[in-house]
Design a protein around this ligand. Sequence first.
Ligand code: HEM
Length: 461
Amino acid sequence: MFARFSEVAAERGGADAERDIRGFALKFYTEEGNWDMVGNNTPVFFLRDPKHFIDLNRAIKRDPKTNMRSSNTNWDFWTSLPESLHQVTITMSDRGILSSYRFMHGFSSHTYSLINANNERVWVKFFFRSQQGIQNLTDQEAAQVIAEDRESHQRDLFDAIEFGQYPKWTLYFQIMTEEEAKQVDFNPFDLTKVWPKEDFPFVEVGEMELNKNPENYFQDVEEASFNPAALVPGIGVSPDRMLQARLFSYPDAQRYRIGVNYHQIPVNYPRGVKDFHPYSRDGQARMDGNGGGQIHVEPNSYGNWKDHKDMAEPPMDAGDVDYYDFRGDDNDYYTQPGILFNRMTAEQQLVLFENTARAMGDATLQIKHRHINNCYQADPKYGEGVAKALGIDMHDVDLTPTPRDSDQANREANARGAADLNVPTEPAQPASANDLPEEGRDTNVQDPTSLTGIMEDPFVL
Ligand code: HEM
């Protein structure tokens, strides 16, 4: 595993011994991919609504005019959001300035899911308790430390590891069942609140030890990417809106900060996985084989990149949050193409058939049959015309309609004919539309403005 501890308000070069929360980011290289636990050293946060996050950063960082930190702006912001009081109370307390990174606890802060082999969920919060204990500085002590050493926390951690005094943390879970979550009189997904320890006891799980310093700070630490969406089977997210916002924000930032192929950088590479084959392709500085010649689309007719339904999490109760299978509430794909087809003149229909046939080139017979069937469902004449242009006998095509009313049903329908039709074809070169008069068509119209009226345009349904 790999850990990065960080300051929040201070930029690079800021003094370590400041009153501030600290980042507590962990990366576990499991056999099923990386799990990033991107937490802080406090159990709560200033906000519960992600729309305020950008303002939080502005509030704690520099004033646009003076380029100095502003207590006024900072406290104006905090005091205007009463939900920040829990975090502010911790930050202003005796525990607000740690003496070193070794002496802080780590928290997921958010609620996450734990999902067992039967796909049953419980809610969980992660706690990493420092085995070194807790040690903090007063304002006066901190001023003294900063006067003498601006890198006090990094120095302490680096030296401890260098001299073999490896710091350790014990991992605990707090667990809440989905049923309990409905009963408690607070929102268990509210990042500004904790779960009372009497009601939700801590379960000891294991420990982590930091026993190696990075060899090269830039490559091993600056280029690290932590991402709350980097999860492994068995760990999922929750309806916490702050967490939901973070799931998108981090990888966006990383594509910008370290490049689109940041997963190739050794510290980020999921080294625990034997056969890592990311779905991402191309982009600057790609150098891991880029997926070779593998098929790179899904769905496809070759069984590559199949959805792992077995990895799907159970739906969340908060309004049945789940994969939205639009085919369940609308599987009419054919009515409108059918109407459009019938708006075309006979010449345009012929052109459509033959353009389609040429464009399909050497696609397999299975794919050509699939398209004929789709066209046939829109209008039998459409299917017949395309089949003829492709040089395929309609009697050979299975024209039975399939409901395609779920993602699964769609896959099954696509697989039709896989056993014997999965063979390349000769490209068709139909030519009977080549010499059609231009009358009744939209190409080379004498007066193109005749097609500008929306209501008169037959292609507008
Ligand atoms: C809506 C809320 C939040 C948003 C949009 C947000 C966004 C970000 C972004 C964009 C980064 C930089 C990522 C990178 O360049 O690699 C970052 C860093 C970080 N965030 Fe957040 N964040 C949010 C809340 C939180 C919370 C609640 C926590 C802790 C529980 C947290 C912990 C961290 C840590 C530890 C880092 C530094 C990770 C590292 O060492 O690379 N953030 N955040």
